[in-house]
Design a protein around this ligand. Structure first.
Ligand code: MRU
Length: 312
């Protein structure tokens, strides 16, 4: 099953807001519906957003304003704007040319995930590995297999995985809802942990590596990813645990010199004061909800892409 694809003249994608309870495919036929799906995280994860952006241009039928709105639906993952730009470069040649580029981009993403999985698994030393990860970086965040979770899947397939500790990933629980669902389906051993337990569990010992994905990697290697990644990086540094970022080359943004230039998406206060529609905090409580943080490059042991490994 692909997380996102072009089927009979429309985008079909897994509605990730309903997982793990229901696996429902959405059929999207307009740019407005796609923007809405992106903003409510029905489709999410940097590589999947790149593919969604490219297919979205085919839905726009040359409407430049719609293409511009789609490009800005979420600001942090550079893949969305990149995917839109790749397909939009063919608008003058007509819809078939746009679609051909989008389908090629989808296929390139699938191949990139396979390449990252192998390269990452080769890089990490040891057998019976215990690894920690945050958010969801699996097949649901791409078209197939994913990035950091793709490496974990490859380790599992090679018989080298002892256990995954997956952060639940407040506020929208991509770890608890999506990563746990994917690990379960692949038959990999895992336990879920509270986000705030990450650094102290690293300090306690027995964890071989932290693996995360990325939404945007600046030219100097500073990496924006799901909020909570920075605390894991600090904890890993202190505990001497290697900290790997796994992302396709398309997540590298050479036009952003360093992390402070990356726009961090601020999401609705409602997501903090409530969990899946149930309010936790007293009525009227204000909240601050940055969806991502930036890990400085010096805390990153290596960045693994589909083409190479970067070290500081
Ligand atoms: O807000 P989300 O769920 O789109 O955030 C996703 C992440 O932070 C992922 O780690 C990142 O996009 C890499 S996905 C392979």
């Amino acid at each position: 099953m692909r997380t996102i694809d072009w089927v009979d003249g429309a985008i079909e994608l897994v509605d990730q807001t309903l997982l793990p309870d229901e696996l429902v495919m959405l059929r999207i036929t307009t740019v407005d519906a796609l923007i809405e799906a992106i903003q409510r995280l029905a489709v999410r994860g940097a590589p999947a957003l790149g593919v969604a952006g490219a297919f979205g241009v085919a839905l726009a039928d040359g409407d430049r304003k719609a293409i511009a709105r789609l490009r800005e639906a979420r600001p942090t993952a550079v893949n969305l704007a990149w995917g839109v730009d790749q397909a939009a470069a063919h608008v003058e040649e007509g819809r078939q040319a746009v679609l051909a580029r989008a389908e090629r981009l989808r296929d390139e993403d699938i191949a990139a995930c396979v390449a990252m999985g192998g390269r990452g698994a080769d890089l990490i030393e040891g057998d019976r590995l215990r690894v920690m990860t945050i958010c969801n970086t699996g097949a649901l965040a791409a078209v197939e297999r994913g990035t950091a979770l793709g490496v974990i899947q490859t380790l599992h397939e090679r018989g080298r995985l002892a256990e995954v500790l997956a952060l639940e990933t407040r506020p929208l629980l991509q770890g608890a809802r999506l990563t746990a669902w994917e690990l379960d389906r692949m038959g990999a051993p895992y336990r879920l942990i509270a986000d705030s337990a990450g650094p102290s569990l690293l300090a306690r010992g027995g964890i071989d590596a932290v693996l995360i994905g990325a939404d945007r990697i600046a030219a100097n290697g500073d990496t924006a990813n799901k909020v909570g990644s920075y605390s894991l990086a600090l904890g890993a540094e202190r505990a001497g645990v290697p900290f790997f970022v796994v992302a396709p080359e398309t997540t590298i943004d050479p036009s952003t010199p360093s992390g402070e230039h990356i726009e961090i998406e601020d999401r609705a206060e409602e997501e903090i004061v409530s969990v899946r529609g149930v309010r936790l905090a007293p009525e009227g409580t204000r909240a601050l909800n940055p969806a991502f943080d930036v890990t400085p490059h010096d805390l990153i042991t290596a960045i693994v892409t589909d083409r190479r490994v970067f070290r500081p």
